[in-house]
Design a protein around this ligand. Structure first.
Ligand code: BES
Ligand code: ZN
Ligand code: ZN
Length: 495
C-alpha cells in the first residue's frame, strides 16, 4: 500500500529514505541537487544516465550522516503533445515508485513538477500522481499462499499549492477505485460469479448509502428481459441484474452507466476455442468498473444523479442454454435472432440500456463493455473504442481520456452498416454480416437499437480492460479501463 501525503516544507528538509528525481535530457536542475550530492553529474555520467525517457538509475547517497537512496528517471526531450507527455510522466513517476518497492524503501520524497507543460493545474497534477501511485502498486496476490507481507510506503509530495491536500484526497479515492475494479476483474471466475458481484454491490450500497436493486432471474423473465435471460439460461449460477443508484439533490441531471458483467464467457453453445476462452473471466470488467464508479460517487457526492446498471451472468453451454436460431424479445418489445451465442454482451446490454432509459430518463447514458474481439484487432490495447453519434460527447470523452490517461479512439456509428444487422426472421440479428466487416461497429449499432432518445456513447473496452502490455503502472491483468474516464466525466459534468 502506498499513502500519499502533502509536504509543505522544502524537499531537503524531509526525512526519508528515498529521494526521487525527474531529469530531462538537458539535465535541468542537476546543479541544485549537486549541492546535496557532491559529484552527482560525474557519477550519473559514469552510470550512463542521460535523462532519456524512462531511463532509471538508483544511487546511494548520504543525508545528515545516514545512507539514503537517490533515484533518478529521465523525461527525455518532452517534445510531445501535452497529453502524451503527461502519460509519459505517469510512467516515469511509476518507474521511480516501483524502484522504491524493489529496494524495500518505506518513505520517500518527490517534488511535484511544474504542471504548466501538461496543460493542467497543479492540483490536477497532484490528483493524477496520486491515482498513478495506487495503480503502480496494485498486485493481484490474493491466491498466493507464500506472498510477502504487504509493503507500506509513505510518499511525501512536496508542493506549496493551496489545493494540494484536497487534490491528493480526491486522487486517493479514485486510485483506490481503480484498484478495487482491478481486484474484482482479476478474481477467478469460480469466485467472481454474478452472486459475488451482487454481494459487492450490496457492500458498496451499505457503505456509501446508495440504493441497490437486485433483479433475480425469475423476475427478469417476468419483466420481459429476454436478452438477459437468454444468456443467463445456460448457467447453474443465477444471473443478477444489478442497479446501483446515487441520488443527488432534486432537479440534478442524471447520468446512467451501464456495464457488461459476463463473469465468464465460454461463448455458450457457440463455444469459443480454448485459446480464445482464456482470459474470459475479464468479460465482467465493465460491471466491475461500474461498481467502483458508483462507490466513488457515493463517497464524493457530486451534484448529479448516477445510476449504474450491471447485468451479471455466466455464458455457458448446457442443456438449458440458449441456442443459435433462437429469437429473443427484449424489455422494449424488439426482437433479435441469435446467430451466435458468443455475441452475448449485446443481448444483456440491450435490456440494460432499455431498463436504464425507461426507469431513469437519464440525461446521458454511457456503456462500458468488453464487447468485441474486433475492437482489439482495430485499436489494440491502448485505446478504448468509442462509438457515439454525438460529436460533443465524443469530444468531451476524448479530452477526458487525454487528461486521465484512460484513452479512447472514435469509430464510426454509421447507417451504412445497418443492413449488416438486419435479420430475415426478427428485427435484428446479434452478429454483423461478414461482408460488412466492422464487427465492433455493427455491435455498437445493435446496442443503439435499444436507446430511444438519450445521448449515448458506447465504450468497447475489450482491448483495454486487461492484458495491456508495456505500461508499468498498469502492469499485468486487469487495468480498470473506464474508471478514471467515467469518474472524471461525472465529476466535471455540466448539464
Ligand atoms: N467477450 C467477447 C469479446 C472479447 C473478445 C473481449 C476478446 C475481449 C477479448 C464477446 O462476447 C464475443 O465473444 N464477441 C464475439 C462476437 C462475434 C461472435 C460476433 C467476437 O468478438 O468474436
Ligand atoms: Zn462472447
Ligand atoms: Zn463476452
Amino acid at each position: 500500500m502506498i499513502s500519499v501525503q502533502i509536504a509543505k516544507q522544502s524537499f531537503w528538509d524531509i526525512d526519508a529514505s528515498g529521494y526521487l528525481f525527474l531529469l530531462d535530457e538537458k539535465l535541468d536542475g542537476l546543479a541544485q541537487i549537486e549541492e546535496h550530492y557532491p559529484n552527482l553529474a560525474a557519477i550519473l555520467e559514469k552510470n550512463r544516465f542521460k535523462g532519456k525517457k524512462g531511463q532509471c538509475v538508483e544511487l546511494t547517497g548520504e543525508r545528515d550522516g545516514t545512507l539514503v537512496q537517490f533515484i533518478f528517471v529521465g523525461l527525455g526531450t518532452q517534445e510531445g503533445t501535452w497529453y502524451d507527455e503527461l502519460e509519459y510522466l505517469r510512467r516515469n513517476y511509476a518507474c521511480l515508485l516501483q524502484r522504491l518497492k524493489k529496494l524495500k524503501i518505506t518513505s520517500a520524497v518527490f517534488a511535484v513538477p511544474d504542471a504548466g507543460i501538461y496543460n493542467i493545474d497543479t492540483p490536477e497534477l497532484i490528483k493524477q500522481l496520486t491515482i498513478t501511485a495506487h495503480m503502480a502498486f496494485y498486485e493481484f496476490v490474493t491466491f498466493k499462499t507464500d506472498r510477502d507481507e504487504p509493503q507500506n510506503i509513505e510518499l511525501h509530495l512536496v508542493t506549496d499549492d493551496a489545493g494540494a491536500t484536497q487534490a491528493a484526497a480526491l486522487g486517493d479515492i479514485i486510485g483506490r477505485a481503480t484498484t478495487h475494479t482491478r481486484h474484482l476483474a482479476d478474481l477467478p471466475p469460480n469466485v467472481a460469479t454474478p452472486s459475488l458481484m451482487a454481494q459487492e454491490a450490496e457492500r458498496i450500497a451499505k457503505e456509501h448509502k446508495l440504493k441497490l436493486t437486485v433483479i433475480e432471474r425469475e423476475e427478469a423473465l417476468e419483466m420481459g428481459m429476454g436478452g438477459f435471460c437468454a444468456v443467463d439460461a445456460g448457467s447453474d449460477q443465477d444471473g443478477k441484474f444489478l442497479v446501483l443508484e446515487y441520488n443527488a439533490a432534486k432537479g440534478a441531471p442524471t447520468i446512467a452507466v451501464v456495464g457488461k458483467g459476463v463473469t465468464f464467457d465460454s461463448g455458450g453453445l457457440s463455444l469459443k476455442p480454448a485459446a480464445n476462452m482464456k482470459g474470459m473471466k475479464y468479460d465482467m470488467s465493465g460491471a466491475a468498473a461500474t461498481l467502483s464508479i458508483l462507490s466513488v460517487v457515493g463517497q464524493l457526492k457530486p451534484n448529479v444523479n448516477v445510476v449504474g446498471v450491471m447485468p451479471c451472468v455466466e455464458n455457458l453451454p448446457s442443456g438449458s442454454s440458449s441456442k443459435q436460431d433462437e429469437i429473443v424479445t427484449f424489455l422494449n418489445g424488439k426482437t433479435a435472432e441469435i446467430d451466435n451465442t458468443d455475441a452475448e454482451g449485446r443481448l444483456i446490454l440491450a435490456d440494460a440500456l432499455v431498463y436504464a432509459e425507461q426507469n431513469y430518463s437519464p440525461d446521458v447514458m454511457i456503456d462500458l463493455a468488453t464487447l468485441t474481439g474486433a475492437c482489439v484487432v482495430a485499436l489494440g490495447h491502448y485505446f478504448t473504442g468509442l462509438m457515439t453519434r454525438d460529436d460533443k460527447l465524443a469530444e468531451t470523452l476524448t479530452q477526458i481520456g487525454h487528461k486521465t490517461g484512460d484513452r479512447n479512439w472514435r469509430l464510426p456509428l454509421h447507417d451504412d452498416f445497418m443492413p449488416g444487422i438486419k435479420s430475415d426472421v426478427a428485427d435484428i440479428v446479434n452478429t454483423g454480416k461478414r461482408n460488412y466487416g466492422g464487427q465492433s461497429i455493427t455491435a455498437g449499432l445493435f446496442l443503439e437499437q435499444f436507446v430511444e432518445k438519450t445521448p449515448w456513447a458506447h465504450l468497447d473496452i475489450a482491448g483495454t480492460a486487461d492484458g495491456v502490455p508495456g505500461i508499468n503502472y498498469v502492469g499485468k491483468g486487469a487495468s480498470a479501463a473506464g474508471v478514471r474516464l467515467m469518474v472524471e466525466y461525472i465529476l466535471s459534468y455540466k448539464a
